[in-house]
Design a protein around this ligand. Structure first.
Ligand code: CA
Length: 225
């Protein structure tokens, strides 16, 4: 389920977008002002952000810049009545990922949001420290009590996907899409092997960093510092 944050001061447009995106099976949160939009976007809980550039209490491009400056990489689609080339360039420089000129077709907006959500998605933290475990995602090191534990590329892919969504349920299909780019029985069996190896390398059940199975639903990475 794609989680969208809509930052738009116009009430009618906001409601229209909420309804239309919810109909397309997206979860929608809204903000009407710069300040609330920035606060909600800063949680990093969204897969994609729809941002109206003309907000009453601030410029949408400034919101983009502030988010990027704090390391939030959630893809942003800007809505704007301004459509000059210079405006587009300014938007991209501010860290926006896509642009849609008002008025726009809802079908096009939905398609672009899906594409952005697939491309972006949350990124794992730079580093996780929990108990005797230290995981450095930037340099791809996993240390258990100071000793390096090697992980394969596929194990990193699975761990990164889970870590980017720590504490949240991730379905089997989402993991397969992310790390195998296919949903098949072979990939699914391979995932089980990877999960069991990863669990051992993370310190086993009851450890500070645990991949918990939610029966019939998926997996949750839990970290107890
Ligand atoms: Ca506006």
């Amino acid at each position: 389920m794609v989680r969208v944050l809509v930052v738009e001061d116009s009430g009618p447009t906001r409601h229209l977008l909420s309804r239309s995106l919810a109909d397309a099976d997206m979860t929608v949160a809204t903000a009407a002002r710069f300040a609330t939009g920035l606060r909600q976007a800063s949680t990093g809980e969204f897969d994609v952000i729809v941002l109206d550039l003309g907000l009453p209490d601030g410029d949408g491009l400034e919101l983009c810049r502030e988010l990027r400056a704090t390391g939030i990489q959630t893809p942003i689609l800007c809505l704007t009545a301004r459509a000059k080339v210079e405006e587009r360039v300014r938007g991209l420089e501010a860290g926006a990922d896509d642009y849609l000129r008002k008025p726009f077709a809802l079908a096009e907006l939905r398609a672009r949001l899906r594409a952005l959500a697939r491309r972006g998605g949350p990124t794992p933290p730079r580093r996780i420290e929990a108990g005797s475990l230290a995981i450095d995602f930037g340099g791809r090191h996993l240390l258990q009590s100071g000793g390096e534990v090697p992980l394969t590329a596929r194990e990193w892919a699975v761990l990164e996907f889970l870590a980017a969504r720590q504490g949240r349920l991730v379905t089997r299909d989402e993991l397969l899409e992310a790390a195998w780019h296919e949903i098949s029985d072979a990939a699914s069996e391979s995932l089980d092997v990877i999960l069991s190896r990863l669990r051992r390398k993370l310190g086993g059940p009851g450890g500070a960093c645990e991949i918990r199975t939610v029966r019939g639903e998926g997996f949750v990475l839990e970290i107890r510092p």
